[in-house]
Design a protein around this ligand. Sequence first.
Ligand SMILES: [Zn+2]
Ligand SMILES: [Zn+2]
Length: 339
Amino acid sequence: MVLNRLCNLKENHTPLTLKELPDPEPEENEILVKVSACGVCHTELDEIEGRTPPPRLPVILGHQAVGIVDACGRRASRYKIGDRVGIAWIYSACGECKFCQVGDENLCPDFLATGRDADGGYAHYMTVPEAYAYCIPDGFSDSEAAPLLCAGAIGYRSLRLTGLQDGQNLGLTGFGASGHLVLMMVKHRYPNARVFVFARSVEQREFAEALGAVWVGDTAVKSPEKLDCIIDTTPAWKPVVTALRNLEPGGRLVVNAIRKEEADKDHLLQLDYPSHLWLEKEIKSVANVTRKDVTEFLSLAAEMGIRPEFQEYPLEEANKALVELKRGKIQGAKVLKIQ
Ligand SMILES: [Zn+2]
Ligand SMILES: [Zn+2]
């Protein structure tokens, strides 16, 4: 499924086109992967609508791919043909800059993203440098594993950046693929932490309650208690302003969104310094993922026996999955079943 040109998903409901292309060939340090499942991420909407545009078109989107190694480049020896691997948002980083040297490869100025800067997993085959593929633990089906690679891994990074301690109050504003995995992770790692979920649809709120949230409400409301930290996964600004008001003194808001939409940016003018920022409240964004995030999260997910909730769509219905995501019709993760 190929993206040929950027568009507004409110007007164009078929941004991707099914197209027959030659199978890609692995470079000497790459593997060729026969893709079986690929998760659908909100970042794809940001790419299609031009907020983080692919540097070249046409491009194949998708950065939560699971599949089988089908061929290895001449100098690629890490995997054998037939191994099951996953591919995440980080397609490569330079390995030499000051960020890469200390393990912050997510901040590398030469960071390349799967499914934006290189063709991704909305396809039968894709290639990736072997150093940027991951073994998928046994016990997960391909469709279960796919959302772990971005929604789960970036959720894991976001949770770490909040600095949450057991017994504290965590807020989740927005409750999609990442939010539901973070809630599962918190229940396991911080059994005494209390999770407050802000979501726009009744279904999402019920889903959050079923997964163990102590309180649920709309993204615009005041929480019944102050929160020590909050993770925001919405594309909007109003929830950011609301979240700052809901924070405890010294609390931290972590924004997990590669881009924000402009539509409701005027809400920022309601920022009131004493109630939103004063008393050492912090805002931090979370950018990309490192290979360490993905590897650590995959083993944590296996240890926890986490089971993502997902809905499957055939590859040729990728447009339907994207439009539903845009409309906020979400319960857990969306996964393209490819072969
Ligand atoms: Zn993603
Ligand atoms: Zn670098």
